[in-house]
Design a protein around this ligand. Structure first.
Ligand code: NAP
Length: 248
């Protein structure tokens, strides 16, 4: 019978991997999405949407659907689903491969301030100017609501979830972004400081180059740690290698 692979998705890498795996003869691929985005783009293979009901629910799903391997290709900050995948894998004996795009690294000219959470990022902003470019996503903006003397430009793919800080201008946009456009945006809005998660990847890295060129400080939220003992692979080739499909 064809092996059944479950991809935990919601990222560009997951979409690309579904394309690579679905093109393999004799491989059944299902991508799972949390259901946060109203109109997710088309995906190769099968798609299921919505939570599983914790690690136990995911383990049940793996058994019922006769899943042979799981690839956790979720966002580096989606720590709960990664933890659940590792636990469900341990409970069922189904192998779990964690795919994580590499994080960003600061160059000599960068003015980065690393913090561990959005709450710490909010606290760090006291050191910088009033006009903040916030690119940490549509969720978790409540961490900044106490900063009533700051002006926020919030960019996200969909409308931010309330509560948002009082002086907020929202920009709905989806990457990839170019350095030229990011530089123009920072200038136009007279941004003093950028806030980002260490999401990694090419699509949204241009803002960091633009900030460097304008000598702006950047508050970078570190990634949550991977579950104990997990060694992630960085790309689709790494996933194929772990699944034993690299020479197929
Ligand atoms: P999370 O905190 O790790 O997960 C919360 C719950 O959402 C999980 O316990 C699970 O519910 C459900 N879930 C998450 N990903 C799922 C998936 N791919 N398929 C089915 N259920 C899923 O996740 P999050 O940070 O809210 O992110 C949700 C999704 O958005 C992820 O798929 C992630 O790849 C994507 N995303 C996240 C970010 C970010 O910054 N966090 C950015 C871009 C994209 P149950 O316990 O009920 O199974």
């Amino acid at each position: 019978m064809s092996p059944h692979l479950l991809i935990l998705g919601g990222t560009t890498e997951a979409r690309e991997l579904a394309g690579v795996l679905a093109a393999r003869a004799g491989v059944r691929v299902t991508t799972s999405l949390a259901g946060r985005v109203a109109r997710p783009g088309a995906l190769d293979g099968e798609v299921r949407i919505g939570g599983f009901g914790g690690a136990e629910g995911l383990a049940d799903w793996l058994r019922e659907q006769h899943v042979d391997a799981v690839v956790d290709a979720t966002h580096p900050f989606a720590a709960a689903i990664t933890e659940n995948a590792v636990r469900a894998g341990a409970a069922t004996g189904v192998p779990v491969v964690v795919l994580r795009r590499p994080g960003w690294t600061a160059g000599a000219a960068d003015r980065w301030h690393l913090v561990d959470s959005l709450a710490d990022a909010a606290e760090a902003l006291a050191r910088f100017g009033r006009r903040v470019f916030l690119t940490t996503g549509r969720l978790g903006l409540s961490a900044f609501i106490g900063l009533t003397d700051r002006h926020f430009l919030v960019r996200s793919v969909e409308l931010p979830e309330p509560p948002v800080p009082p002086n907020t201008q929202v920009l709905i946009a989806r990457g990839p972004f170019t350095v030229t456009d990011e530089t123009a945006l920072l200038r136009e809005h007279r941004i003093d400081v950028l806030v980002t998660k260490d999401s990694g990847g090419e699509a949204t890295a241009a803002k960091l180059t633009a900030a460097r060129e304008l000598a702006l400080p950047v508050v970078v939220v570190r990634r949550p740690p991977l579950p104990e003992g997990v060694r992630a692979v960085a790309d689709a080739a790494g996933v194929l290698g772990r699944l034993g499909l690299d020479s197929a």
